[in-house]
Design a protein around this ligand. Structure first.
Ligand SMILES: Cc1cc2nc3c(=O)[nH]c(=O)nc-3n(C[C@H](O)[C@H](O)[C@H](O)COP(=O)(O)O)c2cc1C
Length: 376
């Protein structure tokens, strides 16, 4: 047996993840957009997540799931706004566990980026009310681009209530059997919209300086922590908007320096693992190449270690080979890595990577043991 770090377990708040390879959240745009089945996982989600859970990844993070109906990204996104949804999400948690992986779910409010159509639809523009669309809300009435929808500015009371909506949805996820939750603070969705001065021009307690703009994420994390007891709590952040110098506090955008300032205080609030992505809130020229977000994950990890915190950090973005993934861990840039698009294309990839690293992925489900499928 080799010494691969990638296939070593990782403990997060007392929960063992079988290895350090994670499937990141990826929207499937496959839930009902209207009617009694609104936002519920269905046969597509069960097959898709079930097969990826059997792939050998240690952990599956289910796609961005709205904490309220207007918090969905597209009309066909998942939705955990009501206790009546719990049994349907329980099927999803069960199928992931049966495949041998830990089950997490990403909780989201899309803010000004909500009410979109399914990603592959040819029709342009936001979803109309006839097909399930709604008026997006946001910290401020600032569209993301010139041709984007202008969102309605949330009231103080609405912002406060939305922090509770994250916590309540998290409680539902744990009741459904998920091992933990991930708060979506990245990619230009509501939490990121509060963080970045590009999208938050509020003059009240939820805006203004760094303290004001970070108040919402702190409230979401504290209330979610309280709602899920000892369940592991992850957060995904966009480390930078890719617009200003990342070594400086952002004046027009969110920068890596801002992220490094924020993260230790989120850990103090109860975050157990930080997932570092980038971008999504502003039009920017992103230098997307192999491992292009790893340096940001490494900087966040170094900040945490410098503050005496051992909180694990995961890296994501064009991590395309077993050796690249292993190298990220060996070099100490991150504690876990995620593979998204490669796993959409090929749900056998983690077992192949394990073979290449002379390691073992999660055990094959017993139903497949006689199949002679390649194993480390
Ligand atoms: C189809 C698709 C849907 C995605 N949906 C989400 C999502 O729901 N939440 C999220 O945080 N990121 C989402 N992402 C981003 C991925 O989680 C990941 O960060 C990104 O694809 C980069 O990793 P990769 O190069 O391994 O694919 C999505 C990406 C794809 C391709």
């Amino acid at each position: 047996m080799g010494r691969s770090l990638l296939f070593q377990p990782l403990t997060v708040r007392g929960l063992d993840l079988p290895n350090r390879l994670i499937m990141p959240p990826m929207c499937q745009y496959s839930a009902a957009p209207v009617g009694p089945e609104l936002g519920r996982p269905n046969t597509w989600h069960l097959v898709h997540y079930g097969s990826r859970a059997q792939s050998g990844v240690g952990t599956v993070v289910v796609e961005a799931t709205g904490v309220v109906p207007e918090g969905r990204i597209s009309v066909a996104c998942l939705l955990l706004h009501d206790d009546a949804q719990i049994p349907y999400f329980k099927l999803l948690a069960d199928v992931i566990h049966a495949g041998g992986a830990r089950a997490f779910i990403q909780l989201n409010h899309a803010g000004r980026k909500g009410s979109s159509r399914r990603a592959w639809e040819e029709a342009e523009g936001p979803a109309t009310p006839e097909i399930g669309g709604w008026e997006p809300v946001a910290p401020s009435a600032i569209p993301m681009s010139e041709d984007g929808l202008t969102p309605r500015e949330l009231t103080d009371a609405e912002v406060d209530a939305l922090a509770d909506s994250f916590a309540t949805a998290a409680r539902r996820a744990i009741s459904a059997g998920f091992d933990g939750v991930q708060i979506h603070g990245a990619h230009g969705y509501l939490i990121h919209q509060f963080l970045s001065p590009a999208s938050n021009a509020r003059a009240d307690r939820w805006g203004g300086d760094f303290e004001g703009r970070t108040r919402f994420v702190h409230e979401v994390v504290r209330r979610t922590r309280a709602a899920i007891g000892e369940g592991p709590l992850l957060i995904r952040l966009s480390a930078t908007d890719w617009v200003e110098a990342d070594s400086l506090p952002g004046e027009r955008s969110w920068t890596l320096a801002d992220t490094c300032r924020l993260v230790p205080s989120l850990v103090a609030d109860g975050v157990d693992m930080v997932d570092i992505s980038t971008g999504g809130n502003m039009l920017a020229d992103i230098p997307a190449g192999p491992g292009y977000q790893v340096a940001a994950a490494s900087a966040v990890r170094e900040t945490l270690r410098g503050s005496g915190l051992e909180t694990p950090v995961s890296a994501v973005g064009l991590i395309l080979s077993a050796t690249q993934a292993e190298q990220i861990l060996v070099s100490g840039d991150a504690d876990a890595v995620e593979i998204g698009r490669p796993l959409l294309a090929d749900p056998t990839l983690p077992r192949l990577w394990a073979t290449q690293l002379r390691a073992e992925a999660t055990p094959l489900p017993p139903q497949y043991l006689r199949g002679g499928v390649r194993q480390g």
